[in-house]
Unconditional design. Structure first.
Length: 165
């Protein structure tokens, strides 16, 4: 199992690095579109659409690595006032609930992606992006986040069981 976790960790780190490249690309294309729009009166036909989909990438595909690095915002007001055993139990419950929620989102996102691919749905713009492409980021990103939550829940459960023995 250790090798699978290491491979998963490398995968989500790679998705995060791609997210950083995507963010840099977005900065460049948004600046380019602004110069073209306000400097030359000739805005691009693709910048808004592409950057909208790239925001989905940044939000969904990098979330698992951010969670792994404990970078998400948390409300710890109540949990910090409990003992270590209760805090571990709370982390286990949060991991299980997070995994369940993300699993449902991945499942529903997968259905949405398959339906968009089956019917050949496209964005109604001059660029005409097949909607299955950006929709596919939902099951991948939420699936990875579900696995990360599950790994955290298992680690917290191991700590709870280790302390009780």
């Amino acid at each position: 199992m250790g090798a699978a976790v290491a491979l998963f960790t490398r995968l989500i780190q790679a998705l995060n690095i791609v997210g950083q490249v995507v963010l840099a690309f977005m900065v460049i294309t948004i600046c380019y579109d602004s110069v073209m729009r306000y400097g030359f009166g000739a805005p691009t036909s693709w910048s808004l659409e592409v950057n909208t989909f790239l925001i989905i990438y940044i939000a969904a595909m990098t979330a698992a690595d951010v969670q792994r690095g404990d970078g998400h915002i948390r409300i710890t007001f109540f949990a910090s006032r409990t003992g270590p055993g209760t805090q571990r139990a709370i982390r286990a419950v949060i991991g299980l609930v997070g995994a369940a929620f993300c699993g449902i989102m991945a499942w529903r996102g997968g259905l949405l992606t398959l339906q968009a691919a089956e019917y050949g749905e496209r964005v109604s713009s001059s660029f005409g992006t097949p909607t299955a492409l950006p929709y596919a980021m939902l099951p991948i990103g939420f699936g990875a986040l579900a696995i990360q939550f599950l790994l955290e829940a298992l680690a917290a459960c191991r700590q709870v069981l280790k302390r009780s023995n």
